[in-house]
Write a protein that binds this ligand. Structure first.
Ligand SMILES: [Zn+2]
Length: 313
């Protein structure tokens, strides 16, 4: 079935075989996050891909390989995110973005837009720089901004100043929240006026947060396997996705990191179907939810909607 994927990190989704070839060694162990004890440890897995993603040819080829993976999953629209400051040691951001576009455009069945990530451990000034970069690249392949990184040690509430600027500049935004930190992190994101949240699964800890999500129609970008890897949940059957949906919360299904979490979107759909008995009708709704809060323009949204409705008839 056709799919929309909104929560996908470029550096966490590089092709392992090609990475091995470039590095001249087997890097699988260094990149798979399932043995991590914390979100912080899981995030340490991104060092190596960031190293690889400085070279312009690598960037283009990894983009192409990721596009092929998306095609295998029948993804027709994806928003791929990354921190722009992580890939500009050797080349300008314009060159990096152009290389990504060249790579992704080689696969014509998948339409890709980019989201820039601010990082929680960065200084205010550095994240402000990312806001300004987002502003200047909006409409040139970039459609929005995110806040990613170590949620456990850097509270969402502390970023209100940055999100004020983001809103003043009318930049579409999403926030990782309610993953390593509790429902309070989700509350902060809702206070900032967010329409979609990365993970958000720990909203399950508070009925009031759930009610807030429901009333404001905030959509959660749920990434089940990733949540197991970072110990938000102990196993798939303990995942709160079904409870959240039963409480009226809107969700989308995503991989987060295809390599680090060693998964595909087909796999995520499969384990959710096997564990919770979700039907075609459910998956259709998840994809329509995704289109609703995607950062694409209305024209593309309309096209995606009709493709999904046709495919899930
Ligand atoms: Zn993420």
């Amino acid at each position: 079935m056709k799919k929309i994927e909104l929560h996908l990190h470029f550096d966490g989704s590089i092709d392992v075989d090609y990475a091995n070839k470039v590095m001249g060694k087997d890097i699988k162990k260094e990149m798979i996050g399932s043995g991590s004890k914390t979100l912080k440890e899981y995030l340490d897995k991104f060092q190596l891909p960031i190293e690889l993603l400085q070279d312009i040819e690598n960037i283009e080829h990894f983009s192409y390989l990721l596009a092929k993976e998306l095609e295998n999953d029948e993804v027709i629209y994806a928003e791929v995110r990354f921190c722009p400051l992580f890939h500009v040691e050797k080349y300008s951001l314009t060159q990096v973005i152009e290389a990504m576009k060249r790579g992704f455009n080689k696969v014509s069945t998948v339409y890709v837009n980019f989201i820039f990530c601010m990082m929680r451990h960065f200084t205010f000034e550095k994240n402000l720089e990312i806001i300004n970069l987002t502003k200047s690249f909006l409409g040139h392949g970039v459609v929005g901004i995110d806040l990613a990184g170590d949620e456990g040690n850097y509270k969402t509430a502390n970023f209100s100043g940055l999100f004020k600027i983001i809103k003043q500049n009318s930049i579409p935004f999403t926030i990782h929240a309610g993953e390593a930190d509790s429902y309070e992190s989700v509350n902060s994101a809702i206070d900032f006026g967010v329409r979609r949240i990365g993970h958000g699964v720990r909203s399950i800890e508070s009925l009031e947060t759930i009610r807030n999500l429901r009333e404001k129609k905030v959509v959660l970008e749920v990434c089940p396997t990733s949540n197991i890897d970072t110990h938000v949940v102990s196993s798939i059957d303990k995942h709160p996705i079904k409870k959240l949906i039963d409480n009226g919360v809107l969700v989308t299904i995503n991989t987060d990191n295809r390599t680090v979490s060693h998964t595909s979107l087909n796999h995520e759909y499969q384990i959710l179907q096997d564990t919770f008995g979700f039907t075609k009708e459910d998956f259709k709704r998840f994809n329509l939810n995704a289109i609703e809060v995607s950062f694409s323009d209305e024209e593309l949204k309309e096209k995606l909607r009709s493709e999904i409705l046709e495919d899930y008839k």
